[in-house]
Design a protein around this ligand. Structure first.
Ligand SMILES: [Zn+2]
Length: 321
C-alpha cells in the first residue's frame, strides 16, 4: 500500500493531487516568496520523479509542458509520485527575467545554502525537499536572450541511467552535454540522481513544437519508469555528441538563410550580414556539416555574436515508439 506523502508540512493522500506552496523567504514587501509544487501522489507505490520549469524565469514554456503532461496523468492509476515545480524562479517569471533580484542565475547557484542569497536558498530548498527524495528528474528550459532552440534533450550520455532517460524522452535531438558547475543537473548528479535537461523554443513564448515535444517526452519518461502505462509515440531522434556556435563575421543586420532543424553542408552560407543601408558586409558560413539546433532571433548583431548553433549529428536512429 502507498503511504501518504509528507512534504513541507503538508500531507498528500495516495491517489490524490495537491497544489502546495513551499515557503522560501520574505520579500521587501513582506510577502512570502514560495516554491510552488504540484504533488501528484499515485495510488500505488513506485518511483518518484521531479519536473522543474522556469529555473530561468523567462523560460516559461516548461510551465505549459508540465500543465499539459499532468493533465494526462490520473493520480488514481499512477504508480509512484510526481513532484512538479511549474515555476521554480517565481521572481523571474513575474518580471520576465532569467535572474533573481540580485541578478544571480539560479541554475549556477546549486547546491545553495539555507543562509545564502535568495538563489542559494531556493536551490537548497529544491535539492533538500524535492531532488533528495526523487529517483530521477527532468529540468525544462528554453533558448536564452533572443535565441530559440529546436526541441532537444540533453544529458551526460556516458551515464547509462541518463542515456536511458534521454532515449525514452525521444526528442527530435539528443545532445551529450557535460556538467556545468552550479547547475541543478550537476547538483542532482552529486546526489546520484539522474537528470535530463529539455531545451526548446524561445524565452517568453509558448512554441507549439517545443511544448508538444516536451509533453510527449515527459509522458514517455513516466512510462519508461513504469509509472503510467501509455504514452504518445516519440520522435525519431538525432544524436549529437558535439556542437558549436557560428558567430557573426561583421556587425550589422543579419538575414538568416536557415531554420531550426535544417541540415547544412560545410561552406554553406547560413546568413548574410548587411549594414543598415543595404550593402552586404559579411557572410556566415558553416564550417562543417550538421543540423541547426539553435538560432538567434534578434537580427541586430555585433561582431562575434552567436548566430546559429550547429550539432554534429550521428546517423538517424528510429525511436522505439
Ligand atoms: Zn535555461
Amino acid at each position: 500500500m502507498q503511504e501518504p506523502l509528507e512534504i513541507s508540512g503538508h500531507t498528500v493522500a495516495p491517489g490524490t493531487r495537491a497544489h502546495l506552496e513551499m515557503p522560501v523567504g520574505r520579500l521587501v514587501t513582506q510577502q512570502m516568496l514560495t516554491l510552488p509544487l504540484i504533488a501528484v501522489h499515485g495510488a500505488e507505490p513506485g518511483p518518484c520523479v521531479w519536473l522543474s520549469a522556469a529555473i530561468h524565469g523567462d523560460e516559461i514554456h516548461g510551465t505549459d509542458v508540465i500543465r499539459r503532461a499532468l493533465a494526462a496523468v490520473s493520480p488514481a492509476t499512477l504508480r509512484g509520485t510526481i513532484l512538479a515545480l511549474p515555476i521554480v524562479n517565481v521572481w523571474g517569471f513575474v518580471h520576465h527575467s532569467r535572474y533573481l533580484p540580485d541578478r544571480r542565475d539560479l541554475n549556477r547557484s546549486f547546491p545553495g545554502s539555507e543562509k545564502g542569497s535568495l538563489a542559494g536558498q531556493i536551490a537548497h530548498l529544491l535539492l533538500k525537499e524535492i531532488v533528495a527524495r526523487c529517483d530521477a528528474g527532468v529540468d525544462l528550459h528554453a533558448g536564452s536572450h533572443h535565441r530559440t532552440n529546436a526541441p532537444q534533450i540533453r544529458g551526460d550520455l556516458t551515464d547509462p541511467r541518463v542515456a536511458d532517460l534521454c532515449a525514452a524522452f525521444a526528442a527530435p535531438y539528443t545532445l551529450h552535454a557535460t556538467m556545468r558547475a552550479g547547475s541543478l543537473r550537476h547538483a542532482a548528479a552529486a546526489l546520484g540522481k539522474p537528470c535530463v535537461l529539455y531545451e526548446a523554443g524561445a524565452p517568453l513564448r509558448f512554441g507549439k513544437a517545443a511544448v508538444r515535444a516536451g509533453r510527449i517526452g515527459v509522458l514517455r519518461v513516466l512510462r519508461h519508469l513504469r509509472m503510467i502505462t501509455r504514452a504518445p509515440k516519440g520522435h525519431a531522434t538525432r544524436i549529437a555528441r558535439k556542437s558549436h556556435w557560428l558567430r557573426a563575421s561583421r556587425s550589422g543586420i543579419l538575414e538568416l538563410r536557415v531554420e531550426l532543424g535544417d541540415a547544412v553542408a560545410a561552406g554553406q552560407i547560413i546568413g548574410l550580414i548587411r549594414d543598415p543601408y543595404g550593402d552586404i558586409t559579411g557572410r556566415v558560413r558553416a564550417r562543417e556539416p550538421g543540423h541547426v539546433i539553435g538560432a538567434r532571433l534578434l537580427p541586430l548583431v555585433n561582431l562575434g555574436d552567436a548566430v546559429v548553433h550547429i550539432a554534429t549529428v550521428e546517423p538517424l536512429e528510429a525511436s522505439v515508439g
